[in-house]
Each structure stands twice: as C-alpha cells, then as structure tokens.
Design a protein around this ligand. Sequence first.
Ligand SMILES: [Zn+2]
Length: 524
Amino acid sequence: METGGNSLASGADGSKRKVCYFYEPEVGNYYYGQGHPMKPHRIRMTHSLLVHYGLLQHMNVLKPNPAREKDLCRFHADDYVSFLKKITPDSQQDLARQLKRFNVGEDCPVFDGLYNFCQTYAGGSIGGAVKLNHGHCDIAVNWAGGLHHAKKCEASGFCYVNDIVLAILELLKTHERVLYVDIDIHHGDGVEEAFYVTDRVMTVSFHKFGDYFPGTGDIRDTGYGRGKYYALNVPLDDGIDDESYQSMFKPIVSKVMEVYRPGAVVLQCGADSLSGDRLGCFNLTVKGHAECVRFMRSFNVPLLLLGGGGYTIRNVARCWCYETAVALGMEIDDKMPQHEYIEYFGPDYTLHVAPSNMENKNTRDLLEAIRAKLLDNLSKLQHAPSIQFQERPPDTKLPEEDEDEVDKDERKDPESDVNAVCERESSPGRATQECVEFEAKDKNDIAVDEPASVVDSTMIEAPSLKVYHARSKDVVSAFSEMTTLKSCTLTEETTTAASDAPQVEPGQEKSKKPNDQPEEMDHE
Ligand SMILES: [Zn+2]
C-alpha cells in the first residue's frame, strides 16, 4: 500500500510493522486555561478513537514513565528545569522575574500539574526512542509529544520542554545519523536550533513562512559549521493543498533519505497544517497529511511518530487516529464507531473531511523554485568530497542492523537498557563510519547563520578537509560541549524511561474532564 520510497533496511515494504504506542490516561486532564487553543484533551480524544476502531490490540500499548529531572537536563538548563518543577499557579505571583526570563506566563501559561505534564509527554518520546534503539518495535508513537518550539532555557509556543530533542539525543546513542522531519504548520525552530551545528542530525521543516510564528525557517537557513546543509527549510504559503504539499514533500524527503541515510527518523506530525485549523492556514486533508507518514514509513527505517500543534481538536483526533492506522498498515472505515466523544464529529461522523475552497497561494512556479533550490543544496551534500556515505563499504555494520542480530531473548532482559548501549559503545570496530568535515568554502558560510547558543569549535579550528572516525562513543561527546556550555549534567547512562512500563488496557482512561466539551464552545 506504500507509495514510493526506497527500502533502506531489510524487510518487504508492504510488511507489517511492530508498533509501540505510548499513552498516559491522565494526559487529557491537563488544562492550559480557558480560551487557550492548546488542549491536551485532544490526545484523549485520539486515544478513544483508537480504542473504538479496535487499533490498540494491534500495538504494544505503553504507559510512559515520567521523564526524570536528569532526563530533561540532558538538553535543558538546570535552572530552567528547576523553575518548571517549582512553579505553580499559586506561587507565580512571587516569581515574576523568573516567569519573564523563562517566557512562561502568556502563550505558555502556568497551570496545575505543569511539570508532570512535561514529564509525561517527554517520557513518551524518550521511551519511544529507547524502544526503537532496542529493536523492540519498528515504529513508536507518542501523540502527546512533538513540542518543537521549546528551547534550552525557555518555553515557547505552548511548549515547555523539547521532548523531540530529548528523544533524538536518545536515538543518537545507537544511530550515527538521525533525521528529523516536521510537518507542523509552524517552523520546528527548537529542534533545528539544538542541532544546528552538527551533521549527526538533519532537520527538515515544512512550514508557513512569512509574518507567522515563530518567524524563523528561512530557506537560506541551512545550518552552521559542521552542520552546514544539515538543516533544511521549506517555506510555504497559505492554502497549500495535498497535491502541492506532496510535490514538495516526496522529492525532498526522497533525496534526503538517499543522501543522508539516517539510522532513525523522527516525524513530527503537527496537525495544525490541516484544513480548517483554528490557528493554521493550510488546506491539507487528513489523507494528505497522513501521506507523509505513509511515505516515511515506506523507507523501513526505525520511525518515531510524534504529535505537535493542532487546534481544531476534532480534526487532530481524526488525523492522529488515521495516522496510527497507517503506521500499522491497516485500513479503517470512514464511518466513525460510536464512542464517548462522537458529538464532536457531527454532522457527518466521518473520519475524513473535505478540504476548503480557500485559495492556494503556492503557485507551481514558486514551489518549483523552492524545490529546485533545496534539491540543489542537497546535491552539494551528495557530491561534497567530504561525505562518503555513498562510498561506504556495503558490509559496514550500521547500528540498526546490529539490532536485528541481537538474540531475541537478550532483548527481553530488563537490564538491557544500560547493557545494550554500553556494549555497543565499548566494542571495538563497531560503527566505524568514515565521515569528513566540511571545508569552509566561503566566509558567508560561517558568518551568516551563527546560532545564539552553540558554536562548533572543531569547525573553526579545522577549516580544511579532515577525516575522522565517528563512533558511537562520539554521540555523547558531540553533545557534551553543548551541555557544558549550559551547565547541565550529561551522563552516559541510558535513560530507562518507559522501557518496561506496564500496559494500558483499552478504555482505561479516566473521565474527570475539565475541558471535556467541543472546542467550539471555548473560543477566545
Ligand atoms: Zn504548530
């Protein structure tokens, strides 16, 4: 049923994938406040659809272990995490200065259980990464995650901690290269910034650009230093429809997969790019949005599916339910099953909705020009003498191939979190991947894009071509500079968040629902 895409790993393209699905029954109870467009209740609505479509029985359903303080501090500043931990609606009057400093209070309000909420959604994403690293599943899903705007020391755009960055850091323990793809209508700025100076992570964001939050994501922003050309931005305009969107997504993602050959992919499935979103201005249908999932899945690379934005919550639930079915390789009825939130989906009670008749401001010529520019940037990567992914000997063991060789019984070892990674990091000759730094070709490459937070010093010191051997161990060292700068502790210990969590039974969710009414009743 897949369309396009080349299988990079073993396994037939049409074969079933093992899916791990993370869900915390309490998540729907967190409440940003009256009139706030971000509604965690949409995660519970999605879950209810999954239950009643009978999809849970085809997945490994896991309750995420809450991310611990030290897990959050692998990316975030210690003082910021401490602040999130202590701030409450009652204490916020006394902490005005800190609220301002950490950008908490307006778009990112203080609400009851805020820190637990962060632990929950981050725990799901980190847990998904752990499951993928261990080969326990092919696809991990955490619809509560995908909060791509959060920064190291700052909340932004309804996001407090950046679960995506944390999950990618986890994936980097096993994988040489991780690809991040973002189809939220907003630029994936927090993730891009975190990995702007490294070639270990490539970020690709498709977003509305021009007088729109967060304002970043210019096509000319491509990365910095060793990360030059490893950030890719696809600026789009109002009203983009399924066909136009896929005319960008498929060729660009295909080229990225061919050139970059990631060991794992993280797909942020922000649903505010759907037609009729309360904050968005695109015109995608659920099928068009899900086509990105279908396409990404067809490459047969370990895949972490995350949520993100999405503010017309009935459509968010439709979208993420359908995308879960796509992950499973299942077709589900358009007619919705009876369930507790059915009244949201009237008058048709269908999974799919038609796009609107809004104007598509993305002309063919405009899209063609953007696509050509980005494919050209990617061809520079491919043809750069420094990038030898193409010439890599075919028998080089990639970490994900190692996973396949792990004895099945070994995988069930409850201690395997730590053991598996330590083994991987210490065994000689493993994952020796020839990589070469970029040569700084022109001064502009360095001067223009300097990020505020981190500068890759090796790039500055070694402007000429230099071959080095990247090993799994370097995963940690590559980011230890980063963490030193922000005085966070980065341990080599593997997080065990959610790796052996108990199962959630279908329909187990609770029903104290402060915001349990259709969002139409709750407009600003
Ligand atoms: Zn968004």
